[in-house]
Design a protein around this ligand. Structure first.
Ligand SMILES: C[S@@+](CC[C@H](N)C(=O)[O-])C[C@H]1O[C@@H](n2cnc3c(N)ncnc32)[C@H](O)[C@@H]1O
Length: 383
């Protein structure tokens, strides 16, 4: 595909996404139906679509409209590319710019839904502008060296032997930022042998704060794909249990655990009460995902006040349930990939007040300004 044909494809895919279809599904369906598109074409089209979504308001303001064509015109302007050089109307290129479209100019806007801006401002304070600007960019690709099987230095060497270059990330001693060869990771021997996993640096740093040396039985209460459980297992030697209210979310865990050299027992909700209590119950709760909007910009425009309010209630419900599975001297831990206080510290304060049984030992938050996704974690112990 020519560069112009890739832009035309992005325009055609953006329209259904802007109408509400999930971006990931639209891209996957297009890739399946477009055998002519090579891996570089697919990656380029994907980058155009996600770049336009990350900067949707700025692209609309710079392109003079809210549809796929206007967003791509605006995005090119924001990227310093004259859209006239792409919109030629030749071959598979988008049709030539109208005189109205030619009049547009670069115009930067706040690339967040309007309703959430006050939440962001009150949560981030003086960091608001810098974080909002960072969310317009792509997120780095970060790996976790699996400390069960290797060290960060050895993982770096093994990856480099396969053409994947990395540098150490300051947030965690297991974190590596990929600087070259990111698309080869999943096919590399280093990855297939379980020496590294894809995981953001803030998630790794959050696991570093857990008292893994002290605990014997760990329950990941909202285990999902098991990313955090495997990171905990990389640091601890005890027994690891995985639970999720939606059992199908745990489907990838056995394969990933095998690759990582970890034994993890999956527990159904009905079996939890039959278990001995756990020394650590980790709750990586459902959240707004605001901290990961660089990776999933489609979610940014789909979050509503109503869905955030529902999520806030669910978070408190999960903590209230999960506390029952913690041993007398055990720890309860809470985590979100959110940048919002209402899901983070405020939520913990509400829980502490409501239960009257727990003390906050430590909490920490990360933002893209730390070179990470937005993330929050709190560690609680019984009073
Ligand atoms: C943020 S995701 C977890 C991601 C996972 N920890 C990882 O690292 O890949 C939140 C998970 O909580 C689960 N969940 C939702 N409601 C729950 C509940 N009441 N009890 C336990 N898990 C729940 C969801 O199914 C989802 O998989």
């Amino acid at each position: 595909m020519t560069p112009a044909a890739r832009v035309q494809t992005a325009i055609e895919l953006l329209d259904p996404i802007l109408a509400g279809e999930p971006a990931e599904r639209v891209l996957t369906q297009w890739a399946r139906a477009s055998r002519f598109a090579g891996s570089k074409d697919r990656a380029a089209v994907r980058d155009h679509v996600y770049d336009a979504l990350r900067q949707r308001n700025s692209a609309a303001a710079s392109g003079g409209g809210e549809n796929g064509r206007a967003l791509m015109i605006g995005l090119l302007r924001l990227q310093g590319i004259d859209p006239e050089s792409i919109f030629s109307g030749e071959g598979y290129a988008p049709s030539a710019l109208s005189s109205e479209e030619m009049k547009g100019a670069v115009s930067k806007a706040i690339d967040l839904p309007e309703w959430i801006v006050p939440e962001f401002k009150s949560s981030l304070g003086s960091d608001f502008e810098a974080v909002e600007a960072a969310l317009k960019d792509r997120a780095p690709v970060i790996l976790r060296a699996n400390l069960r099987k290797t060290t960060r230095a050895k993982a770096t060497e093994a990856l480099s032997g396969e053409g994947i270059l990395t540098k150490s990330h300051t947030a965690s001693e297991s974190a590596l930022e990929v600087t070259q060869g990111a698309r080869q990771i999943r096919n590399s021997k280093t990855y297939r042998d379980g020496l590294v996993e894809l995981q953001d640096a803030a998630s790794q740093a959050a696991i570093d704060l857990l008292p893994m040396d002290e605990v014997i039985r760990t329950l990941d209460y909202c285990a999902g794909g098991g990313g955090k459980l495997l990171a905990m297992a990389g640091r601890g030697k005890g027994a690891f249990f995985a639970h999720d209210a939606i059992e199908s979310r745990l489907r990838d865990l056995p394969e990933r655990a095998k690759r990582a050299g970890v034994k993890a027992r999956v527990l159904k909700s009905a079996d939890l009460t039959k278990q001995d209590p756990f020394d650590l119950v980790f709750c990586d709760v459902p959240c707004s995902g605001t901290g990961t909007w660089r990776r999933d910009p489609d979610a940014k425009w789909k979050l509503t006040r109503e869905s955030l309010d529902k999520t806030l209630s669910l978070q408190l419900k999960i903590l209230t349930e999960a506390q029952n599975f913690v041993s007398k001297d055990g720890y309860l831990s809470y985590a979100t990939c959110s940048l919002l206080n209402c899901e983070n510290r405020n939520q913990i304060d509400r829980f502490l007040k409501q239960s009257g049984e727990w003390n906050l030992i430590d909490d920490h938050s990360w933002t893209p300004l730390d070179g990470c996704d937005g993330f929050y974690t709190a560690l609680l112990k019984r009073c």
